[in-house]
Design a protein. Structure first.
Length: 476
């Protein structure tokens, strides 16, 4: 891949890139950045975790004028979490030059945001609902922005924000530069690009790479009643560092997370009905390792960028190929390896095949782990923990006790006993989950999947009640 030094970039931006540890460009960066530096409108297609923020952030930094004290660039993101993450990375890219980025999202005190906006940031990263609120209050004006980015546009489409986005873009100058990034390109997104972008050029990662190549993808054919036990065997066998389990509904997430906790796993659930404070608490525990299994709905997990997620488990098959791409994009990020496993009931088998065709990637079938394999996985985990303690040292106070034990038993027996004591055997505590009806393959392949309903109880995404949409955004 090309090096950033091969681009015509300012010294300040190159220094910031070096400070962030970037050297070679990712495919989407190599495709999009040169076009954007020429001032072209860019339509970028790539999965999450491929460096999209830098793909638009680097050209954006070059466009910012430090002698102009007003908002010069706008980024629209679907969720609070993504807005915060994008603003953080943009602040790192602009650190040397002095470019300031401000996240604006629902769920935060609006008066606090108004004070921050009065400090005149150069870039605003916003969720659509809260941005419209500021525009109505006239606490933020975007009639002078020269650079607009729509990030994860297909997610904003699924969440019902297209009308809001059109209203926002109508407030910006017609001569602005626009970049749109999306993992998938459904027709409404293409129509949006045709309406609001000027002779946009495409920067595309080939379809066969829409799912991250560093992520191993498998599916297990299993009856609905066996799903939970198979999930537990998978967790015991792989002993993942951090993993995300996706459920189709809020009820499913609650039941699966509670059942996992009942069987001794450090798991919590997250979905749209949780308060923002509770969501923040769950995510804080997941990031610091207090829990290692996060059970989530699609909407709640959108925009999450958590380092160290090694495994994705689709407890319920996603409703469409777009959802599949976004789900497994939570792992295998930034060149790291990851694993994604989907539990498929016999009546959902055709749906799995359709996802394969749309993503251009073969998903390998694998058998369910056995009880013996689960025990072996836990045994390996115990051995790794013992070796880790030895490597970390600080065990001097225990050597006297160890010598006393060695006087009573041989070392092999003692280590075997320690491993037996540490090893978690598969727990068969009975749990009760509400059985979910299988998803069926649609009759028409011209619209391969029904559009997933939002996590807000199935509201029509095309509703015109803007206040309801703002409240929905605030909860995220």
């Amino acid at each position: 891949m090309p090096n950033f030094n091969e681009l015509t970039l300012s010294r300040e931006v190159l220094m910031a890139i070096a400070d962030m540890g970037f050297e070679e460009m990712t495919p989407i960066q190599a495709a999009a950045i040169p076009l954007a530096l020429e001032g072209r409108d860019v339509l970028g297609q790539a999965q999450t975790g491929t460096g999209k923020t830098a793909a638009f952030g680097i050209p954006m930094m070059e466009r910012i004028r430090m002698d102009v004290e007003q908002v010069q660039a706008l980024v629209l993101a679907p969720t609070r979490e993504l807005a915060m993450q994008v603003a953080e990375e943009l602040n790192r890219l602009g650190a040397v030059k002095g470019v300031r980025s401000l996240p604006v999202y629902g769920g935060q005190e609006i008066e606090r945001q108004i004070r921050a906006i009065k400090a005149r940031p150069h870039i605003v990263v916003a969720t659509p609902g809260r941005l419209l609120d500021h525009l109505r209050r006239r606490t933020l004006r975007i009639g002078q922005v020269s650079f607009v980015v729509l990030d994860e546009a297909d997610e904003m489409l699924n969440m019902g924000f297209i009308e809001d986005i059109e209203s926002i873009l109508a407030e910006t100058p017609g001569e602005r530069q626009t970049m749109l990034f999306s993992a998938t390109m459904p027709m409404p997104i293409q129509n949006l690009a045709m309406k609001f972008m000027r002779e946009a050029v495409k920067a595309t990662v080939p379809v066969r790479e829409l799912t991250v190549p560093t992520t191993e993808q498998h599916y297990i054919e299993v009856r609905e009643s066996q799903k939970f036990d198979v999930l537990c065997l998978l967790l015991d066998t792989a002993s993942p560092g951090l993993s995300i389990v996706f459920g189709r509904t809020k009820r499913r997430v609650d039941e699966v997370s509670e059942a996992l906790a009942k069987r001794g796993y450090a798991a919590l659930g997250i979905h749209g009905d949780l308060t923002q404070a509770r969501r923040d608490q769950v995510m804080r525990k997941f990031r610091d390792g207090s829990i290692d299994v996060l059970v989530a709905t699609d909407v709640a997990a959108r925009g999450l960028d958590i380092e160290g997620v090694s495994h994705i488990y689709n407890f319920d098959i996603p409703q469409d190929a777009e959802g599949y791409v976004h789900r497994i994009g939570r792992t295998g990020r930034a060149g790291r390896t990851g694993q994604a496993t989907t539990l498929v009931t016999p009546r959902e088998f055709d749906l799995m095949r359709l996802i394969e065709r749309m993503t251009g990637r073969k998903v390998q079938r694998r058998p369910s782990p056995t009880f013996s394999e689960a025990i072996e996985g836990q045994r390996r985990l115990s051995m790794d923990k013992l070796l880790q303690v030895v490597e970390e040292g600080n065990i001097e106070h225990y050597k006297g006790a160890a010598e006393a034990l060695l006087a009573k038993a041989d070392s092999t027996s003692l280590i075997a006993a320690a491993l037996k004591f540490m090893t978690k055997e598969p727990d068969a505590t009975p749990v009760l989950l509400t059985e979910a009806a299988p998803l069926r393959r649609p009759r028409s392949e011209s619209r391969p999947f029904s559009r997933p309903r939002s996590d807000t109880g199935g509201r029509d995404r095309r509703q015109s009640d803007r206040r309801s949409r703002q409240n929905w955004d605030a909860r995220r």
